[in-house]
Design a protein around this ligand. Sequence first.
Ligand SMILES: NC(=O)c1ccc[n+]([C@@H]2O[C@H](COP(=O)([O-])OP(=O)(O)OC[C@H]3O[C@@H](n4cnc5c(N)ncnc54)[C@H](O)[C@@H]3O)[C@@H](O)[C@H]2O)c1
Length: 316
Amino acid sequence: MPKYLITGGAGFIGANLINRLIGEGEIICVDNFNDYYNPEIKEDNIKKFKNNNNFRLYREDICSLQALDKIFNETTPDIVINLAARAGVRDISSAQLYIDTNVTGTANLLEMSKKYNIKKIITASSSSVYGNQNGEKFKENMKTDRPISIYAATKIAAENLCYSYSHLFGLNIICLRFFTVYGPMQRPDMAIHKFTKLIDKGLPVEVYGYGETARDYTYIDDIINGIKACIDYDTNFEIFNLGSGEVVKLKYLVDLISKQMNKKAIIKQMPLPKADAFYTASDISKANTLVGYEPKVKIEDGIEKFVNWFMHERIC
Ligand SMILES: NC(=O)c1ccc[n+]([C@@H]2O[C@H](COP(=O)([O-])OP(=O)(O)OC[C@H]3O[C@@H](n4cnc5c(N)ncnc54)[C@H](O)[C@@H]3O)[C@@H](O)[C@H]2O)c1
């Protein structure tokens, strides 16, 4: 059975990925349970795995090379999947937080992967690396030299480090640019989750960019299928967009949630924060051609599933 070391395994995407992989391999979950959002949510995300013999949890920080060395040495993983990050584009108060986890943490994992001859590394990048574009769909070969958030700048740096490690030391690395992921366990700071909570409570929903912005929203199951396909794909280095390929206006999204909740949304129009892109839109033809990535969940169905989870399963 393959051994997967998954960083950020207690987070939204990580816990969904463990849920899928735990029947097929051993999971080594590394997470520092930081308080970027309520750590009780992260505890809840992984509680069902704790008694599974295929699950091992390390409450450690990927910024500690020493901690990682011990984990790699004890567990000898085959594949590293790096999902730990300081996420979110809007916090522009301190670059250090982003640099520590997203750059130093990634560099530490690459260093350990080199030392312990890891067969494959998959690391989470983001659609944010594209910044503001001119109406075209985002393709992997577009320039990413104008990041508009500190988060994006650190994700670009991490991708570049991955390329260097692959080129210099022959590591096999895939960087995945996720496009706004949603579904059960979604981070509470993300728009769909926040809007649903506010509509549920009858509180005003702050709609940035006056509702005119647009996003490529990707349902979590499609992202997990994409990661799975990459686990099985042999390459030295590759970057793939994982999106839905569809673009949804913010206004339409709020309407959908409101209809699904059967509650009216009170809208508060707001300007677009400087760190937010006006739109995101994935060209997924490369992932489709090379790894057979084919997202299936339409936004209308995904929002229905999310709202069901929100109403019946979330803990806070
Ligand atoms: N959710 C999205 O829409 C989205 C979009 C693009 C990219 N991504 C990327 O996907 C990955 C997962 O995102 P998510 O939405 O699941 O976020 P998340 O915050 O729910 O999960 C990240 C997890 O990493 C852990 N973590 C953070 N810093 C750590 C550190 N230094 N050491 C160990 N653990 C640490 C956190 O405690 C958390 O459990 C991140 O790399 C994120 O940047 C997410």
